[in-house]
Each structure stands twice: as C-alpha cells, then as structure tokens.
Design a protein. Structure first.
Length: 333
C-alpha cells in the first residue's frame, strides 16, 4: 500500500513508522521545508512543501494521513478527498460540528473513506471493559467519574497554534478528546451538561480553560462527572474512569486510562495489566501510542468495508459532545 503524510510535526513520525510497516511511505508534505525534508530523508519519501504540489504529482496513493494542526484538519482532508484519496485524520476530526459534517459529506460525495485516529480504543483494558458492559455482565450501568489530569506548561503553547480558540479549539479537543470518545463508546451520546470552566494559571498562554468540571447525563440515563485539567504539578498525573453498575464497581486508571485499578463484581475479572507507552515529545507526554494497532486495523478496513474501524461518524460524535460541553458551560473570566 502507498501512503502519504500531510503535516510533519511530532505525531507524523508515528504514522511514518506504521506506513512503512504496512507498505510504502511515498510522500510527505509540510510548509516548513526543514520538517518535510527531515521526515522524507528518514523514511526515503519524496518531500513536498504544498498540498497542491503533492496532489498534482502523486496520483497513485492509497491513503493520506492528515497530521496538521486542529483547525486545518477539515480543509486538508476535504482537499484530499476531492482528489480521490482515502484519508486518515488525526484527532480531533475537526473543531466544529459544521466542519466535521462537511468532511463526511465530501467523503460520501467522492466515494472515499474518511477515518479518524481514536487510539485509546486499542487500550486492552478499555477493550475488556467495553466487552464486559456490552455483554451485560456488570448489569445496568448507573454512573461514572472520568478524571483527566495532565500537565501542560506555558512553554507548550508558546509560538504556535496551540492555546488559541480558532486554531486549537480547547483543552477537550487537543488533550482529552480520546477520553471523551471512550465515554461515548461505552455509554452513547450526551444529553445534558452543567458545570464550570476556568483558566486558573494559563491566562497569558491560552484563550480557553485549563480546568473544568462537568456533570453529564447521557441519553441512556447514565449520569456522571467529568473533571479535567492541565495544571498537575510538573508531569501528567492520571486519566481514570470509575464505573458504578448494578453488579460491579470498576476503575481504569494510570496516566492514560490503561490500567485496571479496582474491580469488584459477580464473576467479573478484567485481566489486562498492559501499561503501554505514551507519545513522548520531550518536555511533555501525549496520549497512548497505539498507532501500530490502529494501522493494522486501518489496512484491513481499506480492503474490507465490513471490518470495524473508527470512522468519521465516530469523530463527529466526539466533536458534537465537546461542543455541547463548551456551549453549556461558559468560561468563567
């Protein structure tokens, strides 16, 4: 299979590794020539410095991975779809419902496949939990508590697109969209939201919240809490999910919701002890690095329409949920 990557920032290396594991990385593109040249040289690909140049020259590409900043995901994905290429878009799919819906429309109009990166769904502990809930072994789910406590220093936001509403979208989009997706995967859509959002220590760095607390009511009646922050001291602390159900109490924890921390139920055992590893960017760490598993399923989904894989519709649901949370909770200034 022949792959291309648009956007040669930090996450692009993960895509390049897996593209080469499953086929050939034909081309990479970035408006900063040094970035494109470095990635191209490492993986023996052709560098381009504009999307137009790449698409005009490289006609025989199976899939293009979009790894550009949040606000460009829609524009760049649509451009590639119009030219007849399948697309894998990094999270978030977009930072507005309108843009996400436009992406899906162009995929359908051009009969191309549009996928979105939802790497947390490949955490073994979360897969086990999903299966357990779907099979009804825990009984009816009653409530949950999702805590997302990471660290992002002011330096993370300096001199780039991060921290700005129009280009970043917000902390839930950039840092924690994977875990909002996990909630939706387990419990379905969000119905009602209340809560608080504050920018407590990043007033000079970002235009939105660095901390928030929300109470959520899901469409299926499950209620829960969401507590998120990028203010933990010096390093990421945890992403944890506690679930109270009729026949079990369960908790996934660790820095990336990747460890079984507590379980008590009737004939229920979550076996996973996989601690995994994070995307390490030097002075901060991102989410779990599951791109190897993701690309394995991606290749199958490209060949088989029935193979389960996170589609643009899954990405749209996450965007809708985050927009609902933000629209329901004004930023406390």
């Amino acid at each position: 299979m022949r792959f291309a990557i648009i956007g040669c920032g930090k996450i692009a290396g993960r895509h390049a590794e897996q593209a080469c594991s499953h086929g050939q990385l034909v081309a990479v593109c970035d408006i900063i020539p040094e970035k494109a040249n470095a990635l191209a040289s490492q993986y023996k690909a052709q560098p381009y410095y504009s999307i137009e140049g790449l698409l005009a020259t490289e006609k025989n590409i199976d899939l293009i991975a979009i790894c550009t900043p949040n606000w460009l995901h829609a524009e760049h994905s649509i451009h590639c779809l119009r030219e007849g290429h399948h697309v894998l878009c990094e999270k978030p799919l977009a930072i507005s419902k309108i843009d996400a819906e436009a992406m899906i429309w162009h995929a359908q109009e051009n009969r191309r496949k549009l996928f979105v990166v939802k790497s947390t769904r490949y955490n073994p502990a979360l897969i086990e939990l999903k299966k357990l809930l779907d099979e009804g072994k825990a009984g009816k789910a009653l409530s949950f508590q999702l805590n997302c406590f990471w660290n992002r220093p002011p330096a993370y936001y300096e001199g780039n697109w991060r921290g700005k509403i129009k280009t970043d979208g917000g902390t839930l989009f950039t840092q924690f969209s994977h875990y909002i997706d996990a909630l939706l995967w387990l419990f379905g859509s969000v119905k009602n939201v209340n809560g608080f959002r504050k920018n407590q220590i990043h007033a000079d760095s970002i235009e939105f919240e660095d901390s928030g607390i929300a109470s959520l009511e899901m469409e299926n009646g499950v209620i829960g809490g969401l507590n998120w922050s990028v203010n933990t001291f010096q390093k990421n602390m945890e992403v944890s999910l506690t679930i109270l159900a009729e026949k079990a109490t369960l908790k996934l924890a660790g820095e990336y919701m990747n460890q079984v921390d507590y379980q008590l139920g009737e004939s229920i055992t979550l076996h996973s002890k996989d601690e995994g590893s994070a995307n390490d960017y030097g002075f901060y760490k991102g989410s779990m690095s599951n791109h190897d598993k993701l690309y394995g399923h991606l290749v199958k989904a490209l060949k088989d329409d029935q193979h389960p894989f996170t589609s643009a519709v899954d990405g749209l649901k996450t965007v809708e949920a985050i927009e609902l949370i933000y629209d329901s909770i004004p930023l406390d200034k």
